[in-house]
Design a protein around this ligand. Sequence first.
Ligand code: TEU
Length: 567
Amino acid sequence: MVIAPEEQWWRKSTVYQVYPKSFKDTSGNGTGDIKGLIGKLDYLQELGIDIVWLQPIYVSPQNDNGYDVADYRRIDPNFGTMEDFEELMKELKKRGMHLMTDIVVNHSSTEHQWFQEAKKSKENPYRNYYIWRDPAPDGGVPNNWQSKFGGSAWQFEETTGQYFLTLFDKTQADLNWEYEKVRQEVADLMIFWAEKGVKGFRMDVINLISKDQNFPDDDGSIAPGDGRKFYTDGSRVHEYIKELYAKVFGPYNLVTVGEMSSTTLEHCIRYSNPQEKEFSMTFNFHHLKVDYKNGQKWELKPYDFEELKGLFSKWQTGMQRAGGWNALFWNNHDQPRALSRFANDGEYRSESAKMLATTLHGLQGTPYVYQGEEIGMPNPDWHDISEFNDIESTNMYQILQERGLTSVEALAVIRERSRDNSRTPMQWDDTENAGFTNGKPWLKLDGRYREINIQREQANADSILSHYKKLIQLRKQESVITEGLFKRLDNQHPEVFAYARITDAETLIVVSNFSSEQTAFTFAEDFWITRAEGRDTELLIGNTRETPSWGKTLELMPYASYMWIIR
Ligand code: TEU
């Protein structure tokens, strides 16, 4: 079956990710809110955004900043009211924009009424909504699976004398997808939001919902040996997603993105090929682990550039061949800022931010811009552990010391890897607290906000922000960006990532220098002759004052990056 292109309008869209807690506060309580977002919709429209991904705003104890949902149908008063939400929908519609909401249903908060009931007795009608196991014969945990936030994945519940599974925080209880009623609840709650006009869903760690029902111990033969091989892309996951497609995504014609933790290319092809009727696209994280020493997030090493390029190429080519579709991203609310991580957030901050953007936005897929990325926000300047809020960071700070690191060493790791790096408040202008709040911000701001802020970017025609605007428009104008075949060109150049996107009529070329040194890059002879030599070439976008001279060999200044089209 061929899907008509008009049904895939989002293939030319750029999604903007809003972390509401840090976007814009209007109440003065120091945390962002829905009204704050409404006030900034003109800004997003001006940027060229047509889909806004709004992170969880449901009632929640906020132990994991809203990824611990206590009521899927109500707005947390910290963020506003249902009236505010409806107002947001109206204001988006006025501007021709769509809302994508975040659905967190691998787990719920233990404060959810389902869990409050479930824990009362083994006979409770909600018992089966969660995953309960008897203690091991010695009274200990049922198996050796580890929580993603550190420690055992099992929590003991006194009243009934059983353990329940929590793959994340101990207050995030995993839902039991084997139970048909749970799947129906999920479909119903999504319909509730679709009826309100929500056009898309981002589904949190959705590839973890089908667990091996034998709950075996992990023998550690495959790193990291924490049990994930028994619940990642599990045996019934595709069946469950197809069920949601049939009940919700299809009937409401939604754009959907699945967040896929530790997944494989083969599974993502199935999740995102339209013929499978599952998701529109998938996030995977392999390219954001190239600086994990031994695959461990909490062990530092400089990033492996060759591996990074290899991963982009593998996913571009692999998804393309089999009709899958990638969600493209450098940043999100769980990642340190790519600018600080893969490029230069000091002397070459502006060049670096533009270089990373051009590199990503030339690829096939749907790009996501995470708030602040479009103005080159860096990791902030952390000094003390007390400045951090994220539960994962504070847990790991303790665990790293238990593993033998000194407090100074542990802090050094947290500074680099903490999710709070991307969660600091949005920098709107150079007034106090960067115009984010009149109150006391819930998380500290980056100290450079007087220099790095939106007001300043808007006043500068040559800004990072203008660069993003242009890239977002280019995707809409140049069909080769959506359709062209991916071909890597750099032949393992130590500093340069270069690729082409090829259709019968056109060739798009992206060349980026990832280093702070000047370098040169030469196209391979056969590519140069067949696709470039003697043809009309237009520079679509670049990041240097001087226009580069086009030719078989290119001289590249530090972090220089260009996109050409050959027609
Ligand atoms: O994150 C999923 C996830 O596994 C990670 O990105 C996680 O933060 C990392 O592996 C920990 O080292 C999603 C959400 O994006 C995240 O904010 C939530 O905390 C998590 O699920 C639980 O809902």
